[in-house]
Design a protein around this ligand. Sequence first.
Ligand SMILES: [Zn+2]
Length: 464
Amino acid sequence: MNASKPARLLLPLFGLLVACGDSEAPDVDSAAATGTTTGTDSANDEGTFNPDHGDPADPIEPTGGDDESSGSESGGDTDTPAGCVPPPLLLLSDIPDNPSLAYADDPDIVATFEVDGHDLIGKHVTDVAAAEGGLRLWQEVMLRIPENQLLDLVQLDISLDTDPVAYFNRNGNVTTTRLGLKIGFSVENFELNQDDPCAPLEPRRGTFDWSLVHEFGHLRGLVDGSWFLFLDTFPDVQGPGDGYPEDGSPILTGDFVTSYAERDDGDEDYAESWTTYVMLPASDIPALTGDDPLALQKVHWMDDQPDLRELREAIRITEADHVEVNVPAAPRLDTSIFDPDDGGNDSIVVPAELVGQWRESPTDGIAVTFAADDIILADYEAGAEVSSFSLGDALEAKALNYFEIHGGSPTLAYSYIEAPDTDRYNHDFFLQDDGDTVIFAREVLIAATGELEYLPEVTLTRVP
Ligand SMILES: [Zn+2]
């Protein structure tokens, strides 16, 4: 039977819309709380974190080191490197109007730009001041993020809504005709931003610098798969988020780098760990010793991912220790998965490693059957199936709007919506290294409130 009973079974994706608000000030306490998880063994312990000097096989030449004519003399860390030249501030009047970029149903989004690399090639603006503020933010994006890292970003929003203060969308919710990814910033960032794009990074939450690096981190982690690898590597657990510095500075002494990383799910843990990796000078990041806090392991883990060391260096163009680097182009996303004409997906292709049946328990709870081209979720009580749902049916009904598989230890994610204005369900499956365990993560985006609701993760084991 195929009664759709999503209220219980079918929830969420991760990162449908990854909102990164979090304006709460954590309590002051130097100890990171909630340290109950054990470290994974996947973070290597080379202990050679030294991004300033790059890969020995690919020497990086320092830049601007002997010409400090432009910097202030107020201390090495605050000197602007001679290599930092702000990109030109784009003029609103130079960007063609494109009314089709408008959101019909969200008056808070007062400026929408179509992005093409560093260029903004179209706009729809209902608040000129906000749009011009957005261009100042974009100036710093251009400064820090190489164009070859932004090729799947198609849209930039500026929103009056200050919660979240910034967001990343990875499920194709854009108004551009080109398919791709979206980043949005609230107007609150205008206050959080430093006037000079070449001002040094402010390595703490609550700054525009932090939001920029964080949201871009979601994007980069999506296109290169490191986001999913991180979730396969570190425990995806949450805690109260107490005991972090009140000013939002990250710490490396517990399981998480920030309160937000602890309080939210693994997606935000990834983005916050990435942001900490970029923001902190290498001198503030201890070497690994083999018995290290998870937070420190996470930051070092970032340094081990392909090209992220170079990317970090590029973003740190404003820092006194910056060295010039070439950053290889980011992998490209298969954006055809966002095609709205067919509900987002043409087919369901399940990785062979997942094919079979997986159960929460022999008698109760969730059972998932992966076929080569379908996924069937069922709910059991006392050994009897009480509901089931076929993703293949959702595909036929054009309700499957997002489906993707990531390699390595396969991670499979999809989202679907039954009808316009109904809740959207997002599911993620993470195959564990043993090959016989899958972590099933679920979210639902409640249509009536716009709130994301997380359900407890479920561990499924393979039915022999
Ligand atoms: Zn985030």
